[in-house]
Ligand binder design. Sequence first.
Ligand SMILES: [Zn+2]
Length: 161
Amino acid sequence: MTTAPKPLPLLDDARPHWDAAREGNYLLQRCRECQTYLVPPVYDCFHCHAGAQALEWAEVSGRGTLHTFNIYHRAYHPGFADEVPYNTAIVELAEGPLVTTRIVDCANDDLAVGMSVQVTFVDHNGTPDIRLPVFAPDRGTTDDIDTSSREPARNRDGETP
Ligand SMILES: [Zn+2]
């Protein structure tokens, strides 16, 4: 029984991201000057302070590892009431950025920090108008992930954790 729709993500600041997600492609904002991925999207680079003209939308691999997760045992919004207990997660993408998301196709008891995951997309509130990037266990090999050009993850102050 679904009692209420889930809240909508903020769409306007990341329209290219949401348009791509609807087609099953995963785009994140990136700075052309320093190659930092900017998550969530911003109006100027939080690492090198390049302006909006330096920002672009770039496709990422959608592969990463589970950095951390949390299991909610109560719903803080009625739209999630039917999914308790549910997880929220932070995934470290192969390209470096950390993204807040959920892990699907995996029992909460089977979640493990460091597990390999791959992006997939789910319809938001049961419609394909908005598709959310979520992650599922990557059951294929991860040996071919090229991390040689990977920048370390940075927080909003440009520092590495
Ligand atoms: Zn930059």
